[in-house]
Design a protein around this ligand. Structure first.
Ligand code: NAD
Length: 268
């Protein structure tokens, strides 16, 4: 029998995970999503055919997994409102909220709970997410497998064994879609300077990023080897790559990711 999963919050992130679960065949009847107003819930019912509720405490009463998918600023109040119901049931807690440590969530929900913290990213909205997961010591192997199954429905899942590493995950994947969007903007602008129409440059840049990612994922070769394979001596690619290396591309990326991880630490 499928585990009963209740999503607290029915916004973008909850929708992304629920959509993925349904696409991968998870039983609709075992999924509930909550929100204070029915306005957010009606589309969830229509699109996914899942259960919905406006009362968080009632919705977790029979849950095996409770996914916390509300904004971090309101999390403490939301936890307080369902603390007794959570303590009566002791489900696995999975949080997708940025910056809230497992220990804090556990304390807000009354203590002694199995908590998985997840750092997802926005491509999970199109089923191509990348998420880092951390489990506290109370999470069983079965619960870990269940969390993997739920989150894998929205993309790649990688476990880290130290909660602090979620800050590195934030730098490598959580915030990283925006790095690539910046690259697309820069490539489009440069393509226009070289005479291409903007939409042509944009489509070519995006398809090339998609193709490069696909090729790297399907290949046994390292990204460095794949890069060298397209760099014939004295050719066009070698000229472009030399320019990027000489201009400090690696240092700039490292500094940006250090700044990202430092900000994640400040917010924790
Ligand atoms: P969102 O605003 O789309 O959704 C939040 C939902 O919470 C809404 O459906 C709202 O109705 C509901 N809500 C508000 N008060 C509630 C309450 N008292 N009880 C139950 N539900 C309530 O937000 P989102 O983008 O889905 O973000 C949700 C969480 O996911 C956040 O903690 C965020 O840090 C995390 N996250 C989001 C992204 C992202 O790309 N969107 C990435 C990483 C992490």
């Amino acid at each position: 029998m499928a585990s009963q999963v209740t999503f607290i919050g029915a916004g973008n992130m909850a929708g992304a995970i629920i959509g993925g679960m349904i696409d991968s065949g998870y039983l609709r009847d075992a999924i509930t999503a909550t929100s204070p107003s029915d306005e957010m819930l009606a589309p969830m019912r229509e699109k996914y055919g899942i259960h919905t509720a406006t009362d968080n405490a009632a919705a977790v009463a029979e849950a095996d997994v409770v996914v916390l998918a509300v904004k971090p600023q309101i999390m403490q109040d939301v936890c307080a409102g369902m603390r007794d119901a959570i303590q009566a049931r002791k489900p696995l807690i999975v949080s997708v909220a940025a910056g809230l440590p497992a220990e804090t969530l556990e304390a807000w929900l009354g203590g002694e709970l199995a908590v998985v913290r997840c750092m997802p990213n926005t491509p999970s909205l199109v089923g191509a997410g990348a998420a880092g997961l951390y489990a506290n010591a109370k999470v069983s192997d079965t619960q870990r497998d269940l969390a993997t199954e739920l989150l894998e429905a929205a993309g790649l899942v990688e476990w880290v064994d130290d909660e602090g590493l979620l800050e590195a995950v934030t730098a490598v994947s959580g915030s990283a879609p925006a790095y690539f969007f910046l690259m697309f903007e820069a490539m489009e602008e440069a393509g226009v300077s070289l005479g291409l129409p903007a939409d042509t440059a944009r489509r070519l840049a995006m398809q090339t990023a998609f193709g490069a990612a696909r090729m790297a994922m399907d290949s046994d070769k390292t990204p460095g080897e794949l890069k060298r394979n397209v760099m014939s001596p004295g050719g066009t690619t070698e000229r472009a790559i030399s320019h990027l290396e000489d201009a400090g591309m690696r240092r700039i990326v490292a500094e940006a990711m250090d700044a990202c991880a430092a900000r994640a630490r400040e917010m924790a």
